[in-house]
Design a protein around this ligand. Structure first.
Ligand code: SF4
Length: 326
């Protein structure tokens, strides 16, 4: 049996595909993992094809993938499909095959799944439910000679009481950790802020100190800054904070409201990171994508927005949007 695994998006290795690769190889099956989204001339005939997407934005690639591999099974948080690896293979499975990512030397995993909150735009609560323990830090690390660098993909690291054990393991094991899915800053306490301050948190490249969190809705301003203040009091400066900023979801959203959130963060030395929401089957708004590029590439520090948008193809759609909103 020859299995094809397609990683549709994401820069980091895809854990669900790593699990599938491990399980299929343990059954003696041949496995090929690709990151392209089109069939090429040299592709074999595959008996089974899985495609995993983590961003909803990636659904634009699905028709092409389905056309090239009609028997494809889609899964991942970027799809409406609630399929899990466990439901496919019929049992819990916490084994990961790094074989298809030979240049990746860090270790990756979840200490917990699930989330205490239930944001309307997010599939995690429906797919994973309330937080539950999954894995210890020592199990996630691949062991020597791999570096003590961990990508922890938890959506709510402090959502389960086992977090204290995980913090202890991180400190005792002298690990550097990247919590790129974001800590739940709206529920941060003095104790959890101090715990974060006590560990070696890093960005995805492990070359900067970064704590990831989110300010998605304007109405959460007070609770967001209460969390930021707690982090700062515990010793984490705002300049270490990168905040995901959902745009395009709130039906009351205006450019004034987007700028308000953006400016509040920038004046506090927080790094905003825009995430554009759009409904499945719809294209994201070009003006918001333009703002996303300007923000996430850090161009806002050097190029005024008016100049940037004038130089981009989205200028017309920005103007159209302003006309419609006026
Ligand atoms: S806090 Fe994050 S993971 Fe939890 S429901 Fe909201 S967006 Fe999803």
């Amino acid at each position: 049996m020859h299995v094809l695994l397609i990683q549709v998006d994401g820069k980091l290795p895809n854990l669900a595909l790593m699990k599938l690769a491990h399980w299929h190889r343990s059954q003696g099956h041949r496995v090929t993992l690709i990151r392209r989204r089109r069939r090429d001339l040299f592709d074999s005939a595959y008996d089974t094809v899985f495609a995993s997407a983590i961003f909803s934005d990636s659904n634009k690639f699905f028709p092409q993938i389905r056309s090239d591999w009609p028997n494809v099974i889609f899964g991942g948080t970027g799809t409406a499909n609630r399929l899990t690896v466990e439901s496919l293979i019929g049992k819990d499975y916490e084994f990961y095959d790094y074989h298809d990512y030979p240049d990746f030397t860090e270790s990756i995993g979840f200490t917990k799944r699930g989330c205490r909150l239930s944001c309307k735009f997010c599939v995690v609560p429906q797919k994973e439910g309330k937080p539950y323990f999954l894995n210890s830090i020592n199990n996630i690390w691949r062991g020597a000679p791999y570096p003590r660098k961990l990508h922890l993909l938890d959506n709510d690291f402090f959502g389960h009481e086992s977090w204290r054990d995980h913090i202890r393991e991180i400190i005792d094991g002298n690990f550097h950790v990247c919590l790129s899915q974001g800590i739940n800053v709206r529920m941060i306490t003095t104790e959890t802020a101090e715990a974060l301050a006590s560990i070696q948190y890093r960005n995805t490249a492990f070359n900067r100190r970064v704590i990831y969190c989110a300010w998605d809705m304007l109405k959460d301003e007070q609770v967001f800054f209460t969390g930021i203040n707690k982090l700062e009091k515990a010793g984490i400066p705002s300049s270490h904070v990168r905040a995901y900023m959902l745009i395009g979801f709130d039906k009351h959203e205006t450019w004034d409201r987007i700028w308000y959130r953006f400016n509040r963060m920038v004046e506090r030395d927080i790094e905003p990171y825009a995430m554009v929401f759009h409904k499945p089957g719809e294209s994201p708004r070009a003006d918001l994508k333009c703002f996303q590029r300007w923000t996430n590439r850090g161009l806002y520090r050097i190029v005024p927005w008016a100049d940037y948008r004038r130089q981009t193809k989205s200028d017309e759609s920005v103007a159209a949007w302003h006309r419609a909103a006026a």
